[in-house]
Design a protein around this ligand. Structure first.
Ligand code: NCD
Length: 308
């Protein structure tokens, strides 16, 4: 089976079969990653550049590990230490890199649509590793993988996405994916951080009361407040945010039911998530990070395979 798309720009462009194919391929790679020898020769003749115009820890390392475990040749580009600081355009930078015979580009950029622009202008396959406030497709795929691994299904699952919905590319990619796979989604947070009309546009429920959202859901995917993207104050203070929307151990215990807590990282401890939740029994956060490598291996493998 092959993916229906040449690039992975967003979950918006994938169909159910694509998502299923990526998740089942990731399962095979997760098995490979449990072996003493974690490396396979699948992408031995493929060169991949990681173009990161924005800060990243997990996503960049996860992509790089995935590439190396598939035996690809890897080039790393970090905007801060590059010639973009000297005024070179994105397209010039990439064309220069491609003339060194690079096959795939993994890209993170603070401008929404940057990878889509690139896909129209260069021949290499592009994987979006996060574009502005638009999408972060591999995060949604690894979130889905982790939910399915933990709870056995996506269809009919009740997922609450909690926090800064407005500025989060993780939220948008998760909403697209979960709705396509038949899960029910509620977005929860303060009204100022939830876009108007999101319910109708994306087929999700909106809930401003955190406790009600938690009572309803099987999974709470908790987001960081993206202060770097807010150019005006959208709530009174981080302390008050924590009081109204922070996930606390006592609140989870009071629900008297099973609930799974997820977070894409980086966590702001004591703001959206208290430490005893992040490190406690409800959390599968480090499992998500582990699954990220297998999911990215699957995406890179399937896209490279499609090109041949
Ligand atoms: C997210 C991102 O960069 O979009 N982090 C990640 O990739 N794991 C979420 C965030 O920055 O809050």
């Amino acid at each position: 089976m092959k993916l229906s798309t040449r690039h992975l720009l967003g979950i918006k462009d994938l169909n159910r079969d694509d998502i299923q194919l990526i998740l089942s391929t990731a399962e095979q790679f997760k098995e490979v990653l449990q072996r003493p020898v974690k490396k396979v020769p699948s992408l031995r003749d493929v060169t991949i550049v990681n173009l990161f115009y924005e800060n990243s820890t997990r996503t960049r390392m996860s992509f790089e590990l995935a590439e190396r475990r598939l035996s690809a040749d890897v080039l790393n580009f970090t905007a801060g230490s590059s010639s973009s600081a000297k005024g070179e355009t994105l397209l010039d930078t990439v064309n220069n890199i491609l003339s060194m015979k690079v096959d795939m580009v993994v890209m993170r950029h603070s401008a929404s649509g940057a990878p889509h622009f690139l896909a129209k202008n260069i021949p290499a396959a592009i994987v979006n590793a996060g574009d502005g406030i638009n999408e972060h497709p591999t995060q949604a795929l690894l979130d889905a993988y982790s939910m399915k691994e933990k709870l056995g299904r996506l269809e009919g699952l009740k997922v609450a996405i909690v926090g800064d919905i407005m500025h989060s590319r993780v939220a948008l990619s998760n909403m697209y994916l979960l709705r396509k796979m038949g899960a029910e989604v509620t977005v929860a947070g303060p009204p100022t951080l939830i876009p108007k009309y999101i319910g109708e546009a994306l087929g999700v429920r909106v809930e401003y009361n955190l406790k009600k959202a938690l009572q309803w859901c099987d999974v709470a995917n908790v987001l960081r407040i993206q202060l770097e993207r807010q150019n005006q104050p959208l709530f009174s203070s981080l302390r008050e945010y924590n009081l109204a929307y922070g996930i606390k151990r006592s609140l989870l215990d009071s629900l008297g039911k099973e609930i799974v807590v997820m977070h894409p990282g980086p966590i702001n401890r004591g703001v959206e998530l208290d430490s005893d939740v992040a490190d406690g029994p409800y959390s599968i956060i480090l499992g998500q990070v582990e699954n990220g490598v297998a999911v990215r291996m699957a995406v890179l493998y399937l896209l490279a395979n499609r090109e041949h």
